[in-house]
Design a protein around this ligand. Structure first.
Ligand SMILES: Nc1ncnc2c1ncn2[C@@H]1O[C@H](COP(=O)(O)OP(=O)(O)O)[C@@H](O)[C@H]1O
Ligand SMILES: [Mg+2]
Ligand SMILES: [Zn+2]
Length: 485
């Protein structure tokens, strides 16, 4: 028997089956119960979230032959329901707006719409991707929307509602479909795997659901691809192998190295990821995802429901989060997002990726506002050392000539970094550096006398034009994006 893709095989049949769109389902059911079904609906939302599905459920509800009037529970067995499910009913006409987008087609639709439905209560036009209609086609449509025959209903679906002209929008009742949460997609994936009697490991489900990015159809298509490998049970490793998602173990490792301020470790971890065939952009995307999780742990705790993680991943994320402070994570995520754009247009994406991650790794040794503050109050503070350099040099013994060269370089880099670190004001242009040092002598007490809180002082420092220039300059160099001042 031919294989039917899961997305078609498991299309929801009734309002209650459509996952994650409850408010819309409820409103439509109420409209049917109270006989207030609008003559035109606009269903907006990204692909694969249930727009066509909902349009068909509504069409079946209005036309089900098992009842004398519209129902909220279509039978799904009568000739009408069956034909609607296949998209082949004579009274429920599905039109692809992308290909039938001309004024001629809309005129033809108008002429046909005048005739009563063949066997059911309503003639229902479902126009998919309605934003693709040409302007003359929209105008032609407008005419019939203004005064539709009472037996006609329109259901428009679009992924780009902003491209649907206002005069059409104002004549429709609009529903915005939500992206479906990873947890809900995961539930459906499990349900389907059980129905299909396919063995799987639990660890597979959440990462797979996350990859679907809110689209149930994408989730099911990914599952189709996994199943087509013939492997059983389906595992998280299989997912990583076949769908080119970065090995989570490797990403955790990279983040760990960054958190430990290990320069050499960071480079090795990047190499480890890139050598599996991932692009730099894929690495950046994963890093953003994982750093986001760390940020959530920091602000909402490791048990937060905002984290879509397996128990093991949750523990791991919790441990990694301890290596970062929230400000650093916020900075890292925004810098990665900027980097994403610049590396897409770069001939040397690898170097840019490495530069930024090295910047993260050594962040403690660049300008650090917190430390500047504590230095200006209480003298030098304990510095984190670039651990990689020391441990590599002592633990590895001889090594090759190249190795030794590398180490020497590392060591000199480390020294200069430590020098910088011990006097962070050197990072500032001279003028401000001096000013800060002057303050340093008297500051500790004077600020307190003036009653400034630590965070006020920190804000002042961050907003100091010279400090800003240094930070932004550094970031612009790496991400290639100038801040609009
Ligand atoms: N909300 C949902 N609940 C359950 N399954 C869904 C949902 N959205 C999409 N699907 C699955 O994805 C397939 C395609 O959905 P569809 O309604 O055609 O999406 P679109 O929003 O692009 O029109 C469906 O056949 C179904 O298997
Ligand atoms: Mg659709
Ligand atoms: Zn029916």
């Amino acid at each position: 028997m031919a294989y039917t893709v899961l997305a078609r095989k498991y299309r929801s049949q009734t309002f209650d089956d459509v996952i994650g769109q409850d408010p819309i389902a409820r409103t439509l059911k109420n409209a049917i119960k109270t006989g207030r079904v609008a003559h035109a609906y606009l269903l907006a939302g990204t692909r694969g979230v249930g727009k066509t599905t909902m349009a068909r459920v509504l069409a079946k509800s209005l036309n089900c032959l098992a009842f004398d009037a519209p129902t909220t529970e279509p039978c799904c067995k009568c000739d009408s329901c069956v034909a609607v499910n296949l998209g082949e009913d004579i009274d429920v006409i599905e039109i692809d707006g992308a290909t039938n987008n001309g004024v001629e087609q809309v005129r033809e639709l108008r002429q046909n719409a005048i005739y009563r439905p063949a066997r059911c209560r309503f003639k229902i036009y479902i126009i998919d991707e309605v934003h693709m209609l040409t302007v003359p086609a929209f105008n032609a449509l407008l005419k019939i929307l203004e005064e539709p025959p009472s037996h006609v209903k329109f259901i428009f679906a679009t992924t780009e509602p902003n491209k649907v002209i206002a005069t059409i929008q104002s004549r429709c009742q609009r529903f915005d479909f939500s992206n479906i949460s990873a947890t809900k997609i995961a539930g459906q994936l499990k349900f389907i795997l059980e129905q299909e009697k396919i063995k799987y490991e639990d660890d597979l489900i959440l990462p797979l659901a996350k990859m679907a990015n809110g689209s149930m159809r994408d989730g099911l298509s990914l599952l189709d691809r996994l199943i087509s490998t013939g492997a059983e049970p389906l595992t998280a490793e299989l997912l990583e192998e076949f769908l080119g998602s970065p090995n989570s173990e490797k990403i955790y490792n990279l983040i760990g190295e960054i958190g430990d301020s290990s320069a050499a470790g960071t480079f090795a971890a990047i190499e480890d990821l890139i050598s599996t065939g991932l692009s730099e952009v894929q690495v950046v995307d994963s890093l953003i995802d994982y750093m986001r999780d760390l940020m959530v742990v920091k602000s909402a705790g490791a048990e937060s429901e905002l984290l879509i993680l397996t128990a093991e991943q949750r523990k791991r994320t919790g441990r990694l989060a301890e290596k970062f402070d929230t400000a650093a994570l916020i900075y890292n995520i925004t810098a990665l997002e900027k980097l994403r754009w610049s590396i897409k247009n770069s001939d040397t994406p690898r170097a840019l990726l490495e530069a930024l991650l090295l910047r993260f790794t050594l962040s403690e040794h660049f300008l650090n506002v917190d430390e500047l503050l504590s230095q200006s109050q209480a003298g030098p503070v304990k510095k984190k050392r670039p651990t990689s350099v020391k441990s590599e040099a002592s633990s590895k013994g001889q090594g090759t000539k190249e190795d030794r060269g590398q180490k020497t370089e590392d060591r000199s880099q480390a020294t200069s970094i430590e020098q910088q670190a011990s006097s962070p004001v050197r990072n500032l242009p001279m003028g401000t550096g001096n000013a800060t040092q002057k303050e340093k002598k008297s500051n500790g007490t004077s600020d307190e006398r003036r009653g400034k809180t630590r965070s006020q002082r920190k804000n002042e420092l961050i907003n100091d034009p010279a400090v800003k220039t240094v930070l932004l300059g550094l970031d612009a160099t790496i991400t290639g994006i100038e801040e609009n001042q």
